[in-house]
Design a protein around this ligand. Structure first.
Ligand SMILES: Nc1ncnc2c1ncn2[C@@H]1O[C@H](COP(=O)(O)OP(=O)(O)OP(=O)(O)O)[C@@H](O)[C@H]1O
Ligand SMILES: [Mg+2]
Length: 153
């Protein structure tokens, strides 16, 4: 199943993140792909906010993985940008990807072999303020999320 959600503003992106977060569950994996500056971190910040994480979620580029434990579920935020081919990827990411919380993975395309049953989001930049979110679900466990997104469109 695929949904194309057009975001005309930061508020629209926040609204999408809100409805997805409200239907998240432990073990959910969201892959986020799209060019530099597409909005992957912006979307993840909103997910953190709606999980009740107090600290502001920031880009983990220099750490690869950041973990937040003070929300309603653990949030694991991976940025795989620096794990392009040729880099040693054996740093234990599988554990958090199939872990006890929700895992959001920016640039998941670089660690595809580790990404377990994701809700796949590709963000395309349409203009400085507009984004297209292409959301693909191949797994029944994300049906509620897909339904909830349709209801806000
Ligand atoms: N509708 C929109 N939705 C999301 N972000 C938007 C939107 N309009 C403008 N922006 C801006 O686009 C930028 C997105 O940057 P962000 O860091 O989230 O991108 P990214 O995909 O994480 O990039 P990177 O690959 O470098 O990590 C932000 O400055 C944000 O304010
Ligand atoms: Mg980012």
């Amino acid at each position: 199943m695929e949904i194309k959600y057009i975001s005309k503003s930061l508020e629209d992106t926040d609204k999408l993140a809100k409805v997805i977060t409200e239907n998240l569950f432990r073990g959910a994996v969201i892959s986020l792909n799209g060019d530099l500056g597409a909005g992957k971190t912006t979307f993840t910040k909103s997910v953190g906010k709606y999980l009740g994480v107090k600290e502001e979620v920031s880009s983990p580029t220099f750490n690869i993985l950041k973990c937040y434990f003070d929300g309603s579920m653990p949030l694991y935020h991976i940025d795989a940008y620096r794990l392009e081919d040729g880099v040693n990827k054996d740093i234990g990411l599988e554990e958090v990807i199939e872990g006890d919380g929700v895992c959001l993975i920016e640039w998941s395309c670089f660690i595809e072999e580790m990404v377990f049953e994701p809700l796949a989001i590709v963000i395309n930049r349409l203009s400085p303020t507009e984004r297209e979110f292409v959301i693909t679900s191949d797994f029944k466990k994300y049906d509620k999320i897909m339904q909830a997104i349709k209801e806000i469109m």
